[in-house]
Design a protein around this ligand. Structure first.
Ligand SMILES: C[S@@+](CC[C@H](N)C(=O)[O-])C[C@H]1O[C@@H](n2cnc3c(N)ncnc32)[C@H](O)[C@@H]1O
Ligand code: SF4
Ligand code: SF4
Length: 466
């Protein structure tokens, strides 16, 4: 029963979004959202106005004339109790829930950038400049023994996953055996590859050595893909997918969304699942690796097309549960230094795989162990503790604890600091948070039991299709 002098409060400010006869109510202070039908929204509005249940029963009883006043009272009471228990409504006084910044000194995953060398020259590639830097100084590569030491130490510290990337990681002859070593150790390994070096001779070994293999392919449209990633790559990649599939590899296709392919994302997604028969697809936003607008403006997707394509994707996957679902997370920043770090082939540790800049070096594994670098690096410490509120524009944003301010590395690469708002993607990022709230906005079934038994008074319904 609601008591505490009968006072029930709705959040002072909440957002209401509507779609397909449903309403999403979002309280930005406590970062709580619920999905209601029209009747539910009306009750919340009445509670906001009258701040108690007794005053609103006569108003509702007039509308629901087919039910007795007692019945309406019981149901409104139960509805209100449910919303109190999920934290959207409050008894007596509005209760702020603590929203904590979670720091992780030991990352969950380490990117291993196995080489800056590459057999392709993709136009948008974020590490072209890193490659030049590496070539200039002719650093020595980590040996296989160095990598084993790193994997063993990281595993002991609690790191769960290693992601092999580059340049093209298959150009480093340690990649396959190291992937195999990691899997055999019971840790997770992922390979990100352009797919061109996969052949009949190595497909089985590659399939066994990585829990997931991400292959870069930008569009179902061969011309658009090859425009970005180079001629004669499209068919070779499809052949590689076939070779790996023969050994039951788990394959994810990754496309970089640019102004060139933005309108083909849904078609590519469908093709990946329906024709290529791969279970995972990731459309990744183009992230400029340089602060030269002449360069990155050639690739940034325009916001209108991006949001339109996002909507097409949502509509297409609406009735196909389990495919396009991404749940919201409370976060204060992206995973930079707090969840992931990156290691270059020369042994330097960086806070992110898209931030291999000389000034971002946190230590070198040829001369220090990982634990010490994680503990002592000021760069890692600073970025681990980064808080979205440090970005002035984001600080005022009601979606900040879901968005986290976007990719910090991108801010650094474009604007030269971590404190600028990512005004290229901000609108899209906000929309993405709303989409995620929609997909995850069912009231827990435990709270709904009574309503499900009693469907004639349909104040609120969980969407159980997602
Ligand atoms: C740098 S590549 C290295 C692995 C491998 N050479 C490949 O292309 O898959 C890692 C991933 O980043 C993607 N990528 C490259 N440049 C990017 C950019 N500017 N923005 C977003 N993703 C990018 C690639 O398409 C690839 O999926
Ligand atoms: S294949 Fe990968 S590393 Fe090579 S240029 Fe393309 S995106 Fe960059
Ligand atoms: S990037 Fe935009 S949506 Fe994200 S927190 Fe900042 S202002 Fe909000």
């Amino acid at each position: 029963m609601i008591n505490e002098n009968g006072i029930v409060l709705a959040p002072e400010k909440y957002y209401t979004f509507s779609r397909d006869g449903w309403y999403l109510l979002y309280d930005p202070v406590n970062v709580i959202w619920i999905r209601l039908n029209k009747d539910g929204v009306k009750i919340v509005e009445l509670i906001k106005e009258f701040k108690n249940i007794d005053s609103i029963i006569p108003i509702l009883a007039k509308e629901y004339t087919q039910q007795s006043k007692e019945e309406v009272q019981d149901k409104v009471q139960l509805f209100t109790n449910n919303l109190v228990s999920v934290g959207f409504l409050h008894k007596g006084q509005y209760k702020m829930r603590p929203i904590r910044h979670f720091f992780q000194e030991v990352p969950s995953e380490i990117y291993l950038l196995m080489t800056y060398k590459c057999n392709l020259r993709c136009k948008y590639c974020y590490n072209i400049e890193d490659r030049t830097e590496f070539d200039k100084y002719k650093y020595k590569y980590l040996t296989y023994k160095d990598y084993l030491r790193l994997v063993d130490e990281a595993g002991n510290l609690g790191v769960k996953k290693f992601v092999f990337t580059g340049g093209e990681p298959l150009l480093n002859h340690h990649t396959l055996r190291l992937g195999d070593y990691i899997v055999k150790k019971g840790l997770e390994s992922e390979l990100i590859t352009n797919g061109l070096l996969i052949n009949k001779a190595n497909a089985e070994k590659i399939s066994e050595s990585f829990n997931i293999i991400t292959i870069s392919l930008d569009s179902v449209n061969k011309k658009l893909h090859e425009h970005m990633r180079g001629k004669n790559t499209f068919e070779k990649i499809i052949r590689s997918v076939g070779l790996l599939k023969a050994y039951n590899a788990r394959i994810r296709i990754n496309s970089v969304i640019t102004n060139v392919n933005v309108n083909t994302v849904l078609n590519t997604w469908r093709w990946v699942i329906e024709e290529l028969d791969c279970s995972h697809y990731t459309p990744a936003l183009y992230a400029p690796g340089t602060n030269d607008p002449k360069f990155y403006k050639r690739f940034l997707p325009d916001m209108k097309s991006l949001i339109k394509e996002q909507d097409n994707i949502r509509k297409y996957f609406k009735d196909k549960p389990g495919i396009a679902v991404k749940y919201p997370n409370i976060r204060f920043s992206c995973g930079i230094a707090n969840g992931e770090i990156s290691v270059g082939p020369e042994g330097f540790v960086y806070p992110c795989h898209t931030l291999h800049k000389p000034e971002m070096r946190c230590g070198n594994l040829m001369v220090q162990n990982l634990e010490r670098i994680l503990k002592e690096s000021e760069i890692l410490k600073r970025l681990r503790e980064f808080n979205v509120n440090e970005i002035e524009v984001c600080n005022k944003c009601d979606f900040k604890y879901l968005c986290g301010g976007g990719c910090l590395s991108m801010n650094y690469n474009i604007y030269g600091d971590f404190y600028s708002n990512n005004n290229f993607y901000c609108k899209y990022l906000k929309q993405e948070q709303i989409e995620r709230m929609w997909t995850s906005s069912q009231i827990p079934l435990s709270h709904m039991k009574k309503y499900l038994e009693d469907s004639n008074f349909n104040i609120i319904n969980p969407d159980r299709t997602i």
